[in-house]
Design a protein around this ligand. Structure first.
Ligand code: 5BU
Length: 257
């Protein structure tokens, strides 16, 4: 496994380049899933946790009091604390429709989300549609190669075909949602959700692995943590723990490579 900064030269995508650089600079491979439902809570988390994270992951459509100013404030915090914004939109329609979903509607996701993601169930047309909008803006797309939930159908040949689709769009597909590194190609970034400090499950099929396992054994790059952080009584203290565990697992892996 190469250090994050050494991987910059393998890609032409400006979002990947910025992400690898800021991860090494800030010494963090932590992405927080800020699954809160008001703008005040989201902005508070982004401000408090901003210095600890490389990426803030949003579900913008769960915000009850969304307005355009929320995006302006999020962008300001992203600049101030140097993190990227990942809207976990999980697009899943034909290319022509996802173009509108990405660019239009209330949220105008392509205007502010450095990263978004897509299912590959429709076939490669979904990547082509999103790319028409996102590539000129320097955005990056993650494909869902696997999911963290129990019984997921994203496995076996579905996962393999997803990797093949990514290879056909190296300018815009920047990596995967996956539990582990699947491709030995340093340009792709692997993001892993379903992370807590102890292994286990929630009551709705979410399955958790530890930062040590995800980074140290499965060689993923970024841990995505939601309730483990925002659900605790002291999110900042908890974020520091995840950051430390994720980063030390990365450092050990680099040292032994
Ligand atoms: P949690 O609270 O750490 O379980 O939240 C996990 C987040 O990651 C949540 O926002 C999910 O929507 C997201 N997620 C996931 O859990 N599993 C997946 O396979 C994908 C996204 Br894709």
């Amino acid at each position: 496994m190469l250090p994050y900064t050494d991987r910059i030269s393998y890609t032409t995508n400006p979002t990947t380049q910025r992400l690898f650089a800021l991860m090494d600079e800030k010494q963090t491979n932590l992405c927080v899933a800020a699954d809160v439902t008001t703008r005040a809570e989201l902005l508070l988390l982004a401000d408090i946790l901003g210095p600890e994270i490389c990426v803030l992951k949003t579900h913008i459509d769960i915000i009850e009091d969304f307005d355009d100013d929320l995006i302006i404030q999020l962008q300001r915090l992203s600049e101030e604390h140097n993190f990227l914004i990942f809207e976990d939109r999980k697009f899943a329609d034909i290319g022509n429709t996802v173009k509108y979903q990405y660019q239009n509607g209330i949220y105008h996701i392509a205007d502010w989300a450095h990263i978004t993601n897509a299912h590959t169930v429709p076939g490669p047309g979904i990547i082509e549609g999103l790319k028409k909008i996102g590539l000129p803006k320097g955005r990056g797309l993650l494909l869902l190669a696997e999911m963290s939930s129990k019984g997921t159908l994203a496995k076996d040949s579905y996962t393999q075909e997803t990797l093949e689709m990514a290879k056909q769009h190296r300018d815009f597909v920047i990596g995967f949602i996956t539990t582990k590194k699947l491709l030995d190609d340093p340009m792709f970034i692997n993001f892993t959700p379903g992370v807590q400090l102890t292994e286990g499950e929630d009551t709705l099929g979410q399955q958790y692995l530890t930062p040590k396992k995800v980074i140290g054994e499965y060689h993923s790059d970024i841990i995505i943590v939601g309730r483990g952080i925002y659900g605790s009584s002291n999110p900042l203290e908890e974020a520091k723990k995840y950051r430390e565990r994720g980063w030390s697992a990365y450092q050990k892996t680099i040292a032994s490579a």
